[in-house]
Design a protein around this ligand. Sequence first.
Ligand code: ADP
Ligand code: MG
Length: 272
Amino acid sequence: MSAMVHAGLGTGESSPGRIAAGGLDLTHGTVLYLDDISVSFDGFKALDKLSLTIDAGELRCVIGPNGAGKTTMMDVITGKTRPDAGTVFFGQTIDLTHLTEAEIAQAGVGRKFQKPTIFEHHTVFENLELSMKADKRVRKTLFAKLSSEERDRIAAMLARIGLAGDAGRIAGLLSHGQKQWLEIGMLLMQEPQLLLLDEPVAGMSDEETEKTAELFLSLAGRHSLVVVEHDMAFIEKIARKVTVLHEGSVIAEGPMEQVQNDPRVIEVYLGR
Ligand SMILES: Nc1ncnc2c1ncn2[C@@H]1O[C@H](COP(=O)(O)OP(=O)(O)O)[C@@H](O)[C@H]1O
Ligand SMILES: [Mg+2]
């Protein structure tokens, strides 16, 4: 194997230089490719030869019963859990299973956890400012004055996440839904290629859920999104392609109507 091919496969030691050097290789239109991923906890298979492909710019919904392995899948993609077997390609050349959590985040994978991790004592504006400056690629000190371009970026993000009128509010005083949007905005300030969202509308009011659906639809195309959620009304609103996990593998995949009418899916999940 030539050195070039070897580097291209990303099978070697983690190499931050290769990641930072340039954009993600999306030549085949695939942003994420999980191949034959298995994860065991004390002999219990949380993921069982899971394979999954996400296209660049796609908005993919992942559903399935509790314990199906949805969160474990996100843990594997983000480097929190090492799989026993399998590969996770981010673009054509980066195998995420060889990178640390920090390297994966820096490579362009953002993850929203169920509990928002915002700075409660700072204003909404400052939260976005801090997340922008935490971006290692930008290399700014936290005390550097914002350029007008940076101010414009923050203003645009405030509008996008529906918090333009709340820029000066202390983040801790926001509603539950607004906090979730702020955290999504903070992730977006780092311009991730791929955004993973685990149960993003849990605990939201109907109106907040509705707004979140609109936000996600507006993000598809410029980002690739993988959304895990139990709220089927929400899934129906945003769904293009839906993947159903059960016992660590994909049991159905396709448009919402197709998946909803799949006898196996009805049996293990929807028909309860
Ligand atoms: N760190 C862990 N240690 C042991 N078992 C775990 C761990 N994480 C997840 N599991 C188990 O793996 C299975 C899949 O869990 P999870 O990925 O959280 O499912 P989901 O998010 O689809 O509800 C569950 O049976 C869960 O108990
Ligand atoms: Mg979960």
